[in-house]
Design a protein around this ligand. Structure first.
Ligand code: PG9
Length: 642
């Protein structure tokens, strides 16, 4: 037997090669300055959510800072294979320095249905117990259950939890404010998604932001975002123009398989589907109990509507001054990065670093650490662009701390492409009979106005060039001003500063030869013809506030109606918040056009029931007339103390 066994062994030995891989590899993490745990936290309906907890190695009584996300918690807590907590968090989470150096326990969780979490994914999951979500769970209950678990299962913590995040991750802290867990001591929603139809990611005043089709595909059709939108051109302008309607391009790319896309196509108007999900409307009905710092970017190319809308909704309920607002000269998420400049526009200081170190850090410490000092933080901290100064204010909008007032001024269009600013109070546009002259242009859907200089790079190519998409609102507009299908009105050279604080309001008296139309209005700061310190800024046309309005919603945002052709009709819509000084030597400019492509889908300019299904024959040229009765209501700041 022994001989047989040894023979078998030697035979086996000659025919096998022991694996070099250990049964289980244990990474030597004792040298790391953190401990990382991944746990599946059970929600009240039994669904478990993947939650990554990064604990500073010697943490005792440490506060916890939570981010809930649809964007991959494991990746967001592992930007580098590093033994250093700040390094693994740096990247998406550029508050890493404050978090790691501040001794915070960092918690990042996949929302239900995404990445490591169980459950079903629904974009911006509607509130529980509503027609859109008859279940008993939503992001408010998931946040509550998560915080409850954390306070009972993280012995290194002091039991206090803050929630922070930007964009979608900024929308989630807002929902956590509905029936908040008692251990939730502070919320920092940055650039939050708030109203997808009025002015955030999906539509602006009814014009569809078709450039987000890749996002809808990649974010919504697989749990781990494995499906990818392919690029067929170097210039996205061609991709969208050749496809025709947004609905046709979506069909070509398989988006009809997405439940969210089918909801978008079924709800092109501001109906109950969108209104019931508007987070500002939801929070307007909630008491303010958790100190909340809303962070807004003045050149936010994605969610320029949300933070200000929520500020307006919460302030009336803010009896104890717990709602703070910070607005900076940033693009979407710019407060987390280098805030010295935006494209070529310079701000003379690192506004992002100042926000993180002098505003965010003391704010978080104050409410999350047991021994943190009181902070003397103004309710509103607003960067004034143009003059490049931070202002501490009591409320928003406000032009100064005291001694000034905001009075609506009239920036009126005039003949010969002129623009006249008067302190006269704006006069509402009356009966649709023109009183003054007009200018006209041909809006041709076959040649829509590019929203930025072509080639407009698809996401992949743009990321390779440093993701320039995010700063397109600060692009130079002089190319557009030279187009015959863009009306351009310019003031004389300013001899004194013109300071505005708040939302400019476009008041157009316009007609179209079609039966539907889009109106784009841009308020622009024109730099002096020469800027010695920075020559490339000579004559730069910087958008200060701009937006689009889909004409079919002129009478009702929830019901699209054809436009009566060749009839001057009044359109009134707010433009995004500005906090700007037009300096002496500059000029004020207004540009008006009828397309902003391919960011927004084209208006066929003939009325169809649903533009997502517009056919090639529906797209027709139209002659647009803008009457000189039109004006922009400017929130002009003037000193009350002479
Ligand atoms: N708010 C951002 C976004 C959402 C949807 C489409 C495109 C951008 C974001 O969460 O990144």
């Amino acid at each position: 037997l022994a001989v047989l066994a040894s023979a078998l062994l030697s035979a086996h030995a000659q025919n096998s090669l022991p694996s070099e891989t250990p049964d289980e590899f244990k990474a030597p993490v004792d040298s790391f300055d953190y401990v990382k745990r991944s746990v599946m936290i059970p929600m009240r309906d039994g669904v478990k959510l993947n939650t990554v907890i990064v604990i500073p190695r010697k943490a005792r009584n440490a506060p916890m800072l939570l981010t809930r996300t649809p964007y991959n918690a494991a990746e967001m807590t592992n930007h580098a294979e590093s033994s250093q907590m700040e390094s693994i968090l740096q990247g998406y989470d550029n508050e890493a320095a404050i978090i790691a150096r501040g001794g915070y326990i960092r918690v990042v969780q996949d929302v239900r249905g995404k990445y490591g979490s169980e459950g079903d994914y629904v974009m911006n999951r509607p509130m529980a117990g509503t027609a859109l979500n008859p279940t008993q769970v939503d992001h408010s209950t998931d946040a509550w259950d998560t915080i409850e678990w954390l306070t009972k299962n993280v012995p290194e913590s002091n039991g206090k939890v803050g929630i922070i995040g930007g964009s979608y991750d900024g929308y989630l802290p807002l929902i956590a404010l509905v029936n908040p867990h008692p251990a939730l001591k502070v919320a920092v929603p940055m650039n939050p998604m708030v109203d997808g139809w009025r002015g955030d990611d999906w539509f602006h005043n009814g014009a569809f932001r078709q450039i987000n089709l890749p996002y809808i595909l990649e974010q919504g059709v697989t749990r781990r975002n494995e499906a990818r939108w392919f690029t067929s051109h170097y210039d996205d302008y061609d991709v969208y123009l050749r496809a025709g309607s947004a609905g046709e391009l979506a069909r070509q790319r398989g988006l009809d398989q997405s439940g969210f896309w089918r909801k978008v196509v079924a709800h092109p108007s501001y109906d109950e589907f969108w209104q019931s999900q508007a987070v500002d409307k939801i929070l307007a009905k909630q008491p303010v109990t958790v100190p909340t710092m809303l962070v807004h970017s003045l050149w936010d190319a994605e969610d320029i509507y949300g933070a200000i809308a929520v500020y307006k909704a919460m302030k009336p309920n803010d009896k104890d001054n717990k709602v703070y607002l910070v607005m900076g000269p940033w693009d979407h998420g710019g407060q987390s990065g280098d805030g010295n400049k935006l494209g070529p526009v310079k701000f003379n200081s690192d506004t992002g670093l100042l926000f993180r170190e002098e505003i965010l850090r003391p704010f978080l410490d104050r409410y999350l650490k047991d021994d943190a000092p009181f902070i003397n933080l103004a309710p509103v901290t607003a960067f004034e662009t143009g003059i490049n100064k931070w202002r501490a204010l009591e409320r928003w909008p406000a032009g100064c701390l005291s001694g000034c007032a905001i009075t609506p001024a009239t920036l009126r269009l005039a003949a010969n492409a002129k623009l006249n600013l008067t302190n006269a109070a704006p006069v509402p546009l009356g009966a649709p009979a023109q009183k003054n002259g007009y200018d006209e242009y041909i809006s041709d859907p076959a040649k829509p106005v590019p929203f930025r200089q072509r080639p407009i790079l698809p996401v992949g190519y743009d990321e390779a060039k440093g993701q320039t998409w995010s700063r397109w609102l600060a692009d130079d507009q002089r190319e557009a001003s030279g187009r015959t299908d863009v009306l351009t009105y310019t003031s004389g050279v300013l001899t004194a500063p013109v300071k505005i604080a708040g939302e400019p309001i476009a008041n157009l008296l316009a007609s179209t030869s079609g039966s539907d139309a889009d109106w784009v209005v841009k308020l622009i700061d024109v730099y002096p013809d020469q800027v010695a310190a920075q020559p490339e800024m000579g004559g730069y046309q910087l958008m200060i506030s701009a937006d689009i309005f889909r004409g079919r919603y002129r009478e009702s945002l929830s019901t699209a109606k054809p436009i009566t052709a060749n009839t001057p009709l009044a359109y009134r819509f707010a433009l995004p918040t500005a906090n700007h000084v037009f300096l002496p030597g500059h000029r004020i400019m207004v540009q008006i056009q009828s397309s902003w492509f391919p960011l927004y889908d084209r208006n066929p300019q003939t009325f169809v029931q649903n533009i997502f299904y517009a056919q090639p024959a529906d797209y027709k040229k139209a002659t647009q007339r803008i009457y000189h009765d039109s004006y922009i209501e400017l929130p002009l700041v003037s000193a009350t103390v002479r």
